[in-house]
Design a protein around this ligand. Sequence first.
Ligand SMILES: NC(=O)C1=CN([C@@H]2O[C@H](COP(=O)(O)OP(=O)(O)OC[C@H]3O[C@@H](n4cnc5c(N)ncnc54)[C@H](OP(=O)(O)O)[C@@H]3O)[C@@H](O)[C@H]2O)C=CC1
Ligand SMILES: CC(C)=CCC[C@@H](C)[C@H]1CC[C@H]2C3=C(CC[C@]12C)[C@@]1(C)CCC(=O)[C@@H](C)[C@@H]1CC3
Length: 327
Amino acid sequence: MEKVVLVTGANSGIGLALCERLLTEDGQLRLCLACRNTQRGEAARSALLTSHSNAHVDLLHLDVGSVQSVLAAAQEVKARYNRIDFLYLNAGIMPNPHIDLKAFFRGLFSRNVINMFATAEGLLTQQDQLNSDGLQEVFATNLFGHFLLIRELEPLVCRAGHTSRVVWTSSSNARRSAFSIEDLQHRDGSEPYSSSKYASDMLSLALNRHKNSQGLFSSVICPGLVMTNLTYGILPSFFWTLILPIMWLIRIFTNTFTLTPHNGAEALHWLFGQNPESLDPRAKYHSLTSGLGTNYTQARQMDIDEEMAEVLYSKLLELERVVRKKE
Ligand SMILES: NC(=O)C1=CN([C@@H]2O[C@H](COP(=O)(O)OP(=O)(O)OC[C@H]3O[C@@H](n4cnc5c(N)ncnc54)[C@H](OP(=O)(O)O)[C@@H]3O)[C@@H](O)[C@H]2O)C=CC1
Ligand SMILES: CC(C)=CCC[C@@H](C)[C@H]1CC[C@H]2C3=C(CC[C@]12C)[C@@]1(C)CCC(=O)[C@@H](C)[C@@H]1CC3
């Protein structure tokens, strides 16, 4: 039976590389590229069909940062497919990033240097804003839109006698200290990206608790540091060009500099071949690349408070009720 796979943020970076790898692995797939920009989505679809001419690749208009778009896209998915085997929740943003250069140079000469390059802890802040639904944009895009999508697609992913999978593209930048259960949307802080990624780690755990019995299994991954539109937005492009040789050098010392979207998609691709019952719901699966360029996936335990994950889950359900009422 052909598998149905939906990928959000599929038109570039890690999402597009994942699609390429999945089609190479399984030519029978029905792949749905969920993209907010139809032109960019069409370009990605054409590129995939150039290398996989017999593949089934569909396009879906989806802006995960908009409640109305998520509801409309979910209706469309339910009309097109009768089940979803894999839901890759990969779309993500980091708007207006700011690097603390002082902290960077301090970190460079400290014992924490490897961790700093792997997680960017203490280096990055962002400026977030409200979207047209009155939600914080980073929270709405990286977390809530995806949550709403899962809820809407429950008839296709929670089916008796059938297993479906949700995979979140999280980050090693996810940090417990950046998240507050009193301020889910991170209105008052300056690390909305870290907060939203930590929330996705918790939500994955809660989804497993609530939905495993209905055949839905959730996992989280970190792609490592990958050169994509997201990272190019952090520093001016001439700077990246300048330091790129240094970055390839750093790769000798840390396996988290995966650098290419193909390498970054390793854990996403690896999960595709795994039996969900063999996975650890408390683990984050990291894409890693050795100094010699070999890709592999490693499970690392997440720093998660199960009780807080439950509270987050119920708060998201409550917010869902509120936004549905508005709609
Ligand atoms: N690059 C890295 O080092 C790391 C990335 N990640 C995560 O990987 C994921 C993929 O990012 P990456 O490939 O790096 O960056 P890209 O910017 O290349 O990809 C992000 C994708 O998400 C899409 N997207 C953004 N906002 C929305 C939206 N509102 N609705 C629908 N799609 C949207 C983008 O579409 P569009 O082209 O229209 O903008 C794009 O296709 C993100 O979740 C990111 O947080 C995690 C750790 C490290
Ligand atoms: C390599 C040199 C000499 C300088 C680059 C310094 C920073 C720009 C760089 C160091 C660690 C990086 C990093 C990320 C962005 C760029 C850095 C801060 C991320 C935050 C990108 C998005 C993610 O989700 C994280 C996993 C990355 C963690 C490391």
